[in-house]
Design a protein around this ligand. Structure first.
Ligand code: SF4
Ligand code: SF4
Ligand code: SF4
Ligand code: FES
Length: 991
C-alpha cells in the first residue's frame, strides 16, 4: 500500500511503514546518514540524518513515514542538526583522504564531507588515548579514526552474532572494544570481517589494503605523517573543498588500476558472493555487498582466505612421471601422452577400464564437460564426484520421499522457521554464514533451536534444547518421535491426507521404534524425546538441517529418509519456514551432481538407463552412449584392487586423503596403470599420478557454481590464469580434442547453452539471467522462472504427492570393543577447509590454527593422564597416526573428535571402508580406535590466539541509549553551536 507525503514541498508516494531514510534514498533526496546501513537497520548513533517531520526534528533512519507527513530535509533547523552531528564525527576522525587507503570513492565520511560542503571543522579533531590494534592477522583497528558509529558493533552482535564487539559509551573516551577490552588477536573474534566490511571509514581496514590501495599511501610512515601534517596545515586557509579535489583526483586514478570483480566463494556450499578487489595479482580485499545469499556477510575463509591463489607453490607446468620422479613437460606432450594411453587402455581393456572423477570445487560447466568426456568420448559411465563422500545419502533420502535431491527452500526460509532442528551438523564452523542467519533469528526474533549432536559446538551452546545421542543412533530417536507424534494424534492429518502416500505401510514400519527403545539405544531420556516431539508439533514451521553427522554412517540414507518422513508427518513442507536442508559441503558439490558427474545420471538427474534420455543426448553429441550405471568412487577403488579398472582421470579432488581408509585408497592409486591428476597444487593425490595438469582456481576463470540453496551463480575472472596453468574446462576440452572429439567451446557460457538445451531442470538458465549478482534457484523453466521454495504446488512425483518411505533400525559399522574402546568422530573446523590444501597457505589462518588436534573430554584426559599438548597415538582397525591432544568439554566421555585439517596426520588413515548401504558413502563417523599416550608433551595444538579462548560480550546491539544517557550528549540542533576553526596536528599514525 502506498501513502502520500510531502518532501521539501513535493508530494511523493511512499510505502506504508517505509523508513524515512529509505524513502529519501529511493527518491534521490540526499541527506547525510553515516551510521545507517540498510542491512543493519537504524542504529541511531550518528544523528547526521536529522530532518524535520511535521515540525519536529527526527532521525530519518528511525522514523517511519506517515500519511500526509510534511518532511523538510533542508530547513535551517534540520541542516544545523545535520551539520552539528557531522562536526562531532569529524572531531573523531582526521581527514587525510589523499593518503588514505580508504579513499576509493565509497568512503562515507569523505562523501558526507563533500555532500555537506564542509570547508572547516567546527569541532577540533581530538586523538583518543589508545594505540592502533594490529593484533589480528587480517585487519587492524585505528581508534583515532573511529567515528563511533557502532556499525561494526551492530554487525558483530546482530548479523554475525559472534558478540565480540561493544562500545564503552560511559567512558570519557569511548572506543570499540573486543571482548570488553582485550587485544583483538586474543579475543573471541572469528575474523569473519563483518565489522571491517561495514565500517564507513578507515578505522577498521583489511591489512591487505594498507599501503597498497592508494598511490601515496604506501610511502614510509614518517613521510606519510609529514604529508598528513601538510594537508592539515593548509586546511584552515584553503578549506576542505580544495583539498578534497586533490584527493578525488587521486581516488579517480585508482579506478584505472583497481579491478573489482564479482565472484562466488570457493570454499563451502553456502554460496556467498562478493567483489574481489585486485591490483595486478595482489588481492586488495573481498567486499561483500548485495550477494543474494550473504549480503554483507562472509566468514574468515571467504573474506580473508585467498593467499593460496598467489602461493609460490602453484603448479605452472604439466608434469610427467619418470620412475620415482616427475619432469616438466609441455602441454602438447602431456596432452598427447594422456590421449595415447587412454586410447591404448580403451582398446585393450574396454571403455569401462577407465574412470573419471569430477571436482566439487570446480564449475558446473567443468563437471558437465568431464562427464561428457567420460560418456561421449571414452564411452563409460564410470563417473563420480565427491558428493559420494558426504551428500549422496541426503539426496537419496529426499529422492525417496519428496522427489528432488536438494534443499527444499532457501536460507530465507530457514530464517522464517519457528523452530530449527540441527542434527549432526556444525554450521557455525562448516557453514558459517548460514549459521549467522539462524543465530540472528534465535537472538532477535525468538526462533527456537534444537541441536542433536555428539559435540557441544557453538550452535549446541545456543540451543534451547541440546542432546547428545550415542554415535550412529539418530535413526532410532527420529523414528521414535515420529511414531509418538502419530500415536498421540499430533500428526498433521490434513497434510497427510492431501499430499502424502504410503501412510499405513509406513506406520507399520515404525512399530519397533518405541520411545523406550529409542531412549535406551540413544542414551537419552524419554522425557527429552517427548519434549522434542512436542516442540516440533507446537511450532508453526520447522526446518531440519543436517550434514555429515547423519550422512556419513552406514545407515546415512535411511537416517536422512527418516528426517524427511518426520517433516512429512508434521506437515513441514510446502511453505516458507519449513523443509529439509541437507547442508552441502563444498562450494559446488550440489552443482557437480546436478550436472551429471554421477555414475547413474546424465545432467539434471536424467537416468542413463532411460532410452529416451539417452536418445536426446546421443542426437546432440552425435555418439552412442553407454546405458548401464557406471562405478561410483567407492566401487572404483575396489575395481582397481580387483584389476578391472586400469586408468583414472581426476581433477580438483584430494582422494588420497579425503576418501575413507586412506591406506587402502592410496594402495589402489599406486596400482593404476595410468593415473592423471589435475590440480592447482602438488597434492598428496598427485604423488600417485603419471601425468599432472596444472589448473586454475576460481578467481582465474569464468563459470557457475550451485550452492546448497540450489542457487546458480556466476563467477567472473578476476585474474589471468597464472602463467603455465589453464582453467579446468580448457584442459578437459584440450584432452577431448586430442582424443578426436572436435569440441570448440570458446567460453563457459557456450557450454551452459548446451546444458540448458539438454536438461529440463536448467532449461531457462542463461548467463544473461545470471549477470553480476543475479542468481537462479533450480528448477528453472524456459522463461527463466525459478523456484526458491520447492514443492509449492506438489511434490516431484508423477501424482504430485510425497511418499513416506519405511526404514528399519540398523547399527553402526566398526563398533567399539575391548581393544578399540573409543569412538572417533571427525569433521570440519571454522578456519580450515577440509585437509587444508588451500587454507594452510594463508599465513593468518595458520596463525590461528597451525595444526590438527584431537579433542579429548576432561574426564577421559584425567583418567589417562593427558593434558592439552600431550602426544597420543591413535590406532584403528585400519591404520594409525600421531596427534596432539586438546582437552575440551566440547566432547564427553569416550568420544573423541579430530578435525580433518591435516595432510600429515589425516584422520582417514583411521577410517574404514564401511559405507552407507545404499549410496556407498563412507561411514567416516563409524570409527573405533584405541589411544596410546606417548611420553612427549608439546605446546597446546590450538594457540591462545584462537577465537575459542575468547570471552564474548553479548548485548542487544550497539546500545545507543547508553550514549544518549551521557551527560555531555544532547540532540544536535537542539542547542546553539559554537563555531570555530582549528589548526590540527597529525596524531602521528597514518595508514
Ligand atoms: S567476529 Fe571479529 S571480524 Fe567478525 S564482526 Fe566480530 S569483531 Fe569483526
Ligand atoms: S570502527 Fe566501528 S564504530 Fe568505528 S567507525 Fe568503524 S564501524 Fe564505526
Ligand atoms: S560461509 Fe562458506 S561460502 Fe560464505 S564466505 Fe564462508 S566459506 Fe565462503
Ligand atoms: S543515520 Fe540516522 S542516526 Fe545515523
Amino acid at each position: 500500500m502506498t501513502i502520500s507525503v510531502t518532501v521539501d514541498g513535493t508530494v511523493t508516494e511512499a510505502k506504508t511503514e517505509e523508513r524515512l531514510v529509505d524513502l529519501l534514498n529511493r527518491t534521490g533526496t540526499k541527506i547525510p546518514q553515516v551510521c545507517y546501513h540498510s542491512q543493519l537497520g537504524p542504529i541511531q548513533t550518528c544523528d547526521t540524518c536529522l530532518v524535520e517531520a511535521d515540525g519536529e526534528l527526527v532521525r530519518a533512519c528511525a522514523t517511519p513515514v506517515g500519511a500526509g507527513m510534511e518532511i523538510s530535509t533542508k530547513s535551517a533547523r534540520a541542516m544545523a542538526g545535520q551539520r552539528e552531528a557531522f562536526d562531532r564525527i569529524l572531531g573523531n576522525h582526521m581527514l587525510y583522504c589523499t593518503v588514505c587507503d580508504n579513499n576509493n570513492g565509497n568512503c562515507t565520511i569523505h562523501n558526507t564531507t563533500k555532500m555537506l560542503a564542509v570547508e572547516h571543522q567546527n569541532i577540533p579533531f581530538k586523538p583518543k588515548p589508545y594505540e592502533v590494534d594490529a593484533t589480528n592477522p587480517f585487519y587492524r583497528y585505528d581508534p583515532d579514526q573511529c567515528v563511533l558509529c557502532g556499525r561494526c558493533v551492530e554487525a558483530c552482535q546482530n548479523v554475525e552474532v559472534n558478540e565480540t564487539l561493544s562500545i564503552n559509551w560511559e567512558d570519557p573516551n569511548p572506543r570499540v572494544l573486543w571482548d570488553g577490552g582485550k587485544p583483538i588477536g586474543e579475543s573471541s573474534c572469528v575474523s569473519c570481517g563483518h565489522c571491517v566490511t561495514v565500517c564507513p571509514c578507515n578505522a577498521l581496514m583489511e591489512k591487505s589494503m594498507l599501503g597498497e590501495a592508494g598511490y601515496l599511501s604506501g610511502m614510509p610512515k614518517r613521510l606519510l605523517n609529514g604529508m598528513i601534517d601538510i594537508i592539515k596545515g593548509i586546511e584552515p586557509d584553503m578549506g576542505y573543498g580544495s583539498i578534497m579535489k586533490v584527493s578525488e583526483a587521486e581516488s579517480a586514478m585508482r579506478e584505472s588500476r583497481t579491478r573489482k570483480t564479482k565472484t562466488v566463494c570457493t570454499y563451502c556450499g553456502v554460496g556467498c558472493s562478493f567483489e574481489v578487489w585486485t591490483k595486478g595479482r595482489h588481492i586488495l580485499k573481498v567486499e561483500p555487498t548485495v550477494g543474494p545469499t550473504n549480503g554483507i556477510s562472509t566468514c574468515v575463509k571467504g573474506k580473508f582466505g585467498w593467499d593460496f591463489v598467489n602461493s609460490s607453490d602453484r603448479l605452472t607446468t604439466p608434469l610427467i612421471r619418470e620412475g620415482d620422479k616427475f619432469r616438466e613437460a609441455s602441454w602438447e606432450e602431456a596432452l598427447a601422452l594422456v590421449a595415447r594411453r587412454f586410447t591404448e587402455i580403451k582398446a585393450k581393456n574396454g571403455s569401462d577400464a577407465l574412470a573419471f572423477i569430477s571436482s566439487s570445487k570446480c564449475t558446473n560447466e567443468e563437471s558437465y564437460l568431464m562427464q561428457k568426456l567420460a560418456r561421449a568420448v571414452i564411452g563409460t559411465n564410470n563417473m563420480d564426484n565427491c558428493s559420494r563422500y558426504c551428500q549422496a545419502p541426503a539426496t537419496q533420502g529426499l529422492f525417496r520421499t519428496v522427489g528432488y535431491g536438494g534443499d527444499s527452500g532457501s536460507i530465507r526460509d530457514i530464517e522464517n522457521a519457528d523452530l530449527v532442528v540441527i542434527i549432526g551438523a556444525n554450521p557455525a564452523e562448516a557453514h558459517p554464514v548460514l549459521a549467522t542467519r539462524v543465530k540472528q533469528a534465535h537472538k532477535l526474533r525468538g526462533q527456537k533451536l534444537i541441536v542433536a549432536d555428539l559435540r557441544k559446538h557453538e550452535m549446541a551452546e545456543r540451543a534451547d534444547l541440546f542432546f547428545q545421542p550415542n554415535p550412529g543412533t539418530d535413526i532410532a530417536w527420529i523414528c521414535a518421535i515420529t511414531r509418538y507424534i502419530l500415536d498421540n494424534g499430533l500428526a498433521n492429518v490434513s497434510f497427510l491426507d492431501k499430499w502424502v502416500n504410503g501412510l499405513e505401510e509406513y506406520k507399520k514400519s515404525l512399530e519397533p521404534f518405541t520411545m523406550e527403545f529409542a531412549a535406551e539405544t540413544c542414551g537419552l531420556t524419554v522425557e527429552t524425546l517427548k519434549n522434542v516431539a512436542h516442540m516440533i508439533t507446537d511450532a508453526k514451521g520447522v526446518c531440519i538441517l543436517w550434514a555429515m553427522g547423519i550422512t556419513q554412517h552406514s545407515m546415512g540414507s535411511d537416517s536422512s529418509t527418516a528426517i524427511s518422513n518426520l517433516l512429512l508427518v508434521t506437515g513441514n513442507y510446502m511453505r516458507t519456514g519449513t523443509g529439509a536442508y541437507p547442508l552441502r559441503g563444498h562450494n559446488n558439490v550440489q552443482g557437480a551432481s546436478d550436472h551429471g558427474a554421477m555414475p547413474n545420471f546424465l545432467p539434471g538427474y536424467q537416468r542413463v538407463d532411460d532410452p529416451e534420455v539417452r536418445a536426446r543426448f546421443e542426437a546432440a553429441w552425435k555418439v552412442r552412449l553407454p546405458s548401464t550405471k557406471g562405478l561410483d568412487n567407492f566401487e572404483m577403488i575396489g575395481a582397481v584392487h580387483d584389476g578391472k579398472l586400469k586408468a583414472l582421470y581426476l581433477f580438483g579432488e584430494e582422494i588420497a586423503l579425503v576418501d575413507a581408509n586412506s591406506n587402502h585408497v592410496q594402495s589402489a592409486l599406486s596400482k593404476l596403470d595410468f593415473f592423471v591428476a589435475q590440480d592447482i597444487f602438488f597434492s598428496k593425490t598427485c604423488q600417485f599420478a603419471n601425468v599432472i595438469f596444472p589448473a586454475s582456481p576460481s578467481l582465474e576463470k569464468e563459470g557457475t557454481f550451485t550452492s546448497t540453496e540450489r542457487r546458480i551463480q556466476r563467477l567472473y575472472q578476476a585474474l589471468e590464469p597464472l602463467a603455465g596453468s589453464r582453467p579446468d574446462w580448457r584442459i578437459i576440452q584440450d584432452l577431448a580434442n586430442h582424443l578426436g572429439a572436435n569440441w570448440n567451446y570458446g567460453h563457459p557460457s557456450e557450454i551452459y547453452r548446451e546444458i540448458a538445451s539438454l536438461t529440463p531442470l536448467f532449461a531457462g538458465v542463461t548467463y544473461e539471467r545470471l549477470e553480476n549478482f543475479k542468481s537462479l534457484q533450480w528448477p528453472v523453466a524456459v522463461d527463466g522462472t525459478d523456484q526458491p521454495l520447492l514443492y509449492t504446488k506438489g511434490f516431484a512425483f508423477p501424482d504430485g504427492k510425497a511418499r513416506l518411505y519405511p526404514v528399519a533400525m540398523s547399527v553402526p559399522a566398526d563398533p567399539a570393543d575391548e581393544e578399540f574402546d573409543l569412538h572417533l568422530n571427525n569433521g570440519r573446523m571454522l578456519e580450515h577447509f577440509h585437509e587444508g590444501n588451500l587454507t594452510y597457505r594463508s599465513v593468518g589462518i595458520r596463525e590461528k590454527v597451525p595444526d590438527t588436534f584431537l579433542e579429548i573430554s576432561p574426564g577421559l584426559a584425567k583418567e589417562r593422564g593427558i593434558q592439552s599438548g600431550t602426544w597420543v597415538q591413535l590406532i584403528s582397525r585400519y591404520g594409525k597416526l600421531r596427534v596432539r591432544a586438546l582437552v575440551t568439554d566440547r566432547v564427553t566421555g569416550n568420544n573423541l573428535y579430530m578435525p580433518m585439517n591435516s595432510s600429515e596426520s589425516p584422520v582417514n588413515l583411521l577410517t574404514s571402508s564401511h559405507t552407507d548401504k545404499i549410496t556407498h558413502t563412507p561411514a567416516y563417523k563409524d570409527n573405533s580406535v584405541r589411544m596410546v599416550v606417548l611420553p612427549e608433551i608439546g605446546e597446546s595444538p590450538l594457540p591462545r590466539v584462537n577465537s575459542r579462548f575468547g570471552h564474548p560480550t553479548p548485548q542487544k546491539g550497539v546500545e545507543v541509549e547508553r550514549k544518549w544517557r551521557r551527560p555531555d550528549y544532547h540532540m544536535p540542533g537542539s542547542q546553539p553551536t559554537k563555531f570555530h576553526t582549528t589548526k590540527i596536528r597529525s596524531n602521528g599514525d597514518g595508514d
